[in-house]
Design a protein around this ligand. Structure first.
Ligand code: DQA
Length: 143
């Protein structure tokens, strides 16, 4: 069975409570429950990770590559805009990564308009809320 990792970066553990006008009122658990149901219908298995620490995310990419996961759905959150280390970890892992953002990063502050990780992802989905994760999941499950 294919295994797909879902990685959420800093502050996404606070979904539901954090700026609901931007990120909605659903929680990280709501997101994970929704994706679990979709993965089961698609016949793939999911692994969920969330961390507020850049180095943990870097380590995780190495680990997932060694374990041979099929692909990764990544919301790197603020590290998207700051982390060369995360970009290098993605690149070094050789993993197929779909970058997802709940909000539309291009309609917000200028500093969110640049992503260090987008160029090493196969694609980016931004602004479609939790649906973005579902579209990324169908893409990776269909490979
Ligand atoms: C985010 C957008 C980022 O700019 C922000 O730092 C986040 C969440 C999103 O999902 O819309 O934490 O990645």
């Amino acid at each position: 069975m294919k295994t797909i990792a879902v990685i959420n970066g800093p502050n996404l553990n606070r979904l539901g409570a954090r700026e609901p006008e931007v990120y909605g009122s659903e929680t990280l658990k709501d997101l994970e429950d929704r994706l679990t149901a979709e993965a089961s219908a698609l016949g793939v298995s999911l692994r969920f990770h969330q961390s507020n620490h850049e180095g943990d995310l870097v380590d995780l990419f190495g680990k997932l590559a060694d374990e041979g996961v099929t692909g990764v759905i990544l919301n790197g959150a603020a590290y998207t805009h700051t982390s060369v280390a995360l970009r290098d970890a993605i690149s070094a892992s050789g993993l197929r990564v779909v970058e997802v953002h709940i909000s539309n990063i291009y309609s917000r502050e200028d500093f969110r308009k640049h992503s260090y990780t987008a160029a090493v992802a196969v694609g980016v989905i931004t602004g479609l809320g939790f649906d973005g994760y579902s579209y990324a999941l169908s893409h990776l499950a269909a490979l």
